[in-house]
Design a protein around this ligand. Structure first.
Ligand SMILES: [Zn+2]
Length: 304
């Protein structure tokens, strides 16, 4: 990790400690939460509140947002943006359909923003969803919260003297978008990247461990040592962090696959602790080693 990134993280650690300790993907927001603003590159920011990290592009053409966290936080998020720009909030790009990334859509749409996402995001938000790993039902979103514009493979925004290239991957869900601020050399990974912790993979929404690895490898081939990586959850990261994350994903996938190949069932695979070598670094922040093993098992076992 570069020193400048470390300095940013040190500053973040003080104010964002509750998030770092409990970045629950589906946690409800607390009312007294402060939204932290981190400058990532010229005109590109990361907002840290509760829920998925928000990306921001600012400039002469107004404000472009990546994700919008929880509806109860919309006032705080808009106030944080107003502290750095008085331009109109014109676009919100959703990285995927999970509530901790899209729950603010209705408020931001009412405030004049156009919501954009992969077509699967609109499809899933339009009807009740069931997240099997969490045994959670999510009701359909109101019409005004649905993405008004959808895309299939990619879409590019030419705004704020920036080229914002958005492309689809099938990784954490079947409708993930990765956002590349090409001039700023910044990527927003959505929940394809949980920095420093085991990631949630929504297998019941079409996600998979192989999809996660494939998407991370695609991004690694696109970026350089200067690239700043905004993860869906966790601190601002860089290429080295993403490479270590990729190696962990591959190591866990192979270890779980080896257990399945021995004919073990779910409980026996979890009991074998296939993630043990990675647990000290990745297992103490959010998902436990057993929870992550169960998710990877549920994905790999159905393919056999
Ligand atoms: Zn998610």
């Amino acid at each position: 990790m570069k020193p400048s990134v470390r300095a940013c993280l040190a500053a973040l650690a003080l104010s964002a400690a509750p998030l770092a300790l409990a970045p629950s993907v589906f946690a409800q927001a607390t009312e007294d939460l402060q939204v932290e603003v981190v400058e990532v590159a010229s005109g590109v920011y990361m907002l840290v509140g509760r829920g998925g990290n928000i990306g921001v592009s600012l400039g002469v053409d107004g404000v472009f947002l990546v994700d919008d966290q929880y509806a109860v936080l919309s006032d705080e998020i808009i106030a944080a943006i107003r502290a750095i720009s008085d331009g109109p909030i014109r676009f919100v790009l959703n990285t995927h359909w999970h509530r901790d990334h899209v729950d603010g859509n209705e408020n931001l749409s009412a405030a004049g923003a156009l919501i954009i996402a992969h077509q699967k995001v609109r499809e899933r938000m339009s009807v009740e969803q069931y997240i099997e790993a969490l045994d959670r039902r999510v009701p359909p979103a109101p019409e005004r919260a649905l993405p008004a514009v959808t895309f299939g493979e990619s879409v590019t925004f030419h705004l704020n003297d920036e080229e914002i290239h958005v492309f689809h991957v099938n990784a954490h869900t079947d409708g993930d978008a990765i956002v590349h601020f090409r001039k700023g050399n910044v990527l927003h990974m959505g929940d394809v990247h949980f920095s420093g912790m085991y990631p949630f993979i929504d297998v019941s929404s079409g996600g998979s461990i192989d999809g996660m690895i494939g998407a991370v490898e695609m991004v690694l081939a696109m970026i350089d040592d200067e690239t700043k990586v905004i993860p869906g959850h966790g601190p601002l990261s860089d290429k080295t962090d993403l490479q270590e994350y990729r190696d962990m994903l591959v190591g866990v996938r192979d270890a779980v696959a080896e257990q399945i190949a021995m004919g073990k069932d779910r409980d026996a695979v979890i009991a074998a602790k296939p993630t043990a070598a990675f647990d000290p670094e990745w297992g103490g922040v959010w998902l436990s080693p057993d929870q992550f093993t169960a998710i990877v098992f549920s994905d790999l076992a159905r393919k056999r």
